[in-house]
Design a protein around this ligand. Structure first.
Ligand SMILES: [Zn+2]
Length: 332
C-alpha cells in the first residue's frame, strides 16, 4: 500500500463535469437520523466507493471506525515548522466533531502516511490534482464475504490506510515555481486529510474544505493557522453514517461484474487478501494481494459517466490480474 503501488493512480482530482449530487442523499437521511440533523452538508456530492459483484453494482461510503486513534506517520524530512503546521491540521480535524483522533506512530501497518512529494517533476511521481495541492490514496477494505452474499444496507467495510502526498511548492499563473505559504500548507493538508478520512470528490458549493476551489482551501488554512475553530459539516455528515453505508444499488448484466466474481473466486482458492478499494474523481480500483505482497488490481474507468449510467459498468483486468485469472481458470 502507500507509495509502493503507483502503476495506476486512482486519486482524487478535480473533474469539471461533476453533478451537484452523485446520489440521493435524502434516502440516506431517513436511515440515519443523525445525518438529517446536520444542515447544509455536501455529502451527496461525494463520489461513493464502488463494489461490483454478482450482477449488482453497489455504491457505498467508507470511513475510519470511531474509537481507536488513527495512527499517523509524518514526513521524516519535515522541518520543525512543517511538522508544527501538519500537527495543526491534524488537531483541527480532531476538533471538528467527527469523533476521531490521531496518534503519531512509526512505522504504520494501518493509518495515514503523510509525505512530501519529491521536488523534481517527473512522469513517475504522483501529480497534484491542482498546481497548489497534493494527492491522496484512501484504501477501503471490504470483507470478502461481501462478495459472496448480496450486500445488505451496510457493507462490512472501513478505511484502513491512506497515503497523503503534499507538494512543498506550486506554480504561479506564469508557471513559475513558488513555495507554499504556511496557510497554503495547512489548507492543503486539511483538504487531503479529508480525502484520507474517506471523503472522495469535490463539492462545487458549500463551506467545506473539500471544495475544489483553491481560494477556499487557502482561506480555511488561514483561519486555522490563526487559531479559529474549524469544523466541516460535510465530513461530519460522512461520520454520522455507518462506514459501509450503501447509497445505491444497480442491477447490471452479470457479465459486467464477471471479472470481480472471478477474482473473488480466485482469491478464495489462492488465499489472496482483499479486496481493497480506491475511488477517485475519474477512476476506481479493486486490489487483491498475495502472501508475497504482489498486487492484482481490477480497474473501473470513467467514474462521472458511470455515476450517470451505472448499467454501462466495465471492469478491466490489468496484466498481472489477467495472468492470474487465466492460470486460475484455464480455458478448456
Ligand atoms: Zn481533493
Amino acid at each position: 500500500m502507500g507509495p509502493r503501488s503507483r502503476a495506476v493512480f486512482v486519486a482524487a482530482g478535480c473533474a469539471l463535469a461533476c453533478a451537484a449530487t452523485n446520489w440521493n442523499v435524502s434516502a440516506l437521511e431517513q436511515r440515519f437520523p443523525a445525518l438529517a440533523g446536520i444542515n447544509s452538508h455536501q455529502l451527496g456530492a461525494s463520489t461513493p466507493y464502488l463494489l461490483p459483484s454478482r450482477g449488482v453494482l453497489t455504491l457505498f461510503l467508507c470511513r475510519w471506525p470511531r474509537g481507536p486513534a488513527i495512527p499517523v506517520s509524518l514526513p521524516p524530512d519535515a522541518t520543525a515548522e512543517e511538522r508544527r503546521l501538519l500537527e495543526m491540521a491534524l488537531g483541527a480535524w480532531e476538533g471538528a466533531g467527527l469523533g476521531i483522533r490521531f496518534a503519531i506512530a512509526e512505522p504504520l501497518a494501518r493509518g495515514i502516511e503523510i509525505r512530501f512529494a519529491p521536488g523534481a517533476e517527473t512522469e513517475s511521481q504522483p501529480q497534484p490534482e491542482t498546481p497548489q495541492a497534493g494527492i491522496t490514496f484512501a484504501d477501503c477494505a471490504v470483507d470478502p464475504e461481501a462478495l459472496t452474499n448480496l450486500p445488505g444496507p451496510v457493507l462490512p467495510a472501513r478505511i484502513v490506510f491512506a497515503t497523503v502526498w503534499l507538494h512543498r511548492d506550486g506554480r504561479d499563473m506564469l508557471g513559475r515555481r513558488v513555495a507554499h505559504t504556511p496557510e497554503e500548507l495547512i489548507g492543503t493538508a486539511l483538504h487531503e486529510l479529508g480525502h484520507a478520512l474517506g471523503f472522495q470528490g469535490h463539492p462545487r458549493r458549500g463551506d467545506t474544505v473539500m471544495n475544489a476551489s483553491v481560494d477556499s482551501v487557502r482561506r480555511i488554512g488561514r483561519r486555522v493557522k490563526a487559531g479559529t475553530h474549524f469544523t466541516d459539516t460535510t465530513l461530519r455528515a460522512l461520520y454520522s453514517v455507518s462506514s459501509g453505508a450503501v447509497v445505491r444499488q444497480v442491477t447490471v448484466s452479470p457479465g459486467r461484474t464477471a471479472p470481480v466474481d472471478r477474482m473473488a473466486s480466485a482469491a478464495r482458492r489462492l488465499a489472496l487478501s482483499g479486496p481493497i478499494l480506491r475511488v477517485g474523481d475519474r477512476a476506481a480500483r479493486l486490489d487483491w494481494r498475495d502472501s508475497g505482497g504482489r498486487v492484482y488490481p481490477l480497474l473501473i474507468l470513467g467514474i462521472p459517466e458511470l455515476l450517470r449510467a451505472p448499467e454501462t459498468l466495465r471492469v478491466h483486468a490489468l496484466r498481472s490480474t489477467a495472468g492470474l485469472l487465466s492460470s486460475a481458470f484455464p480455458s478448456p
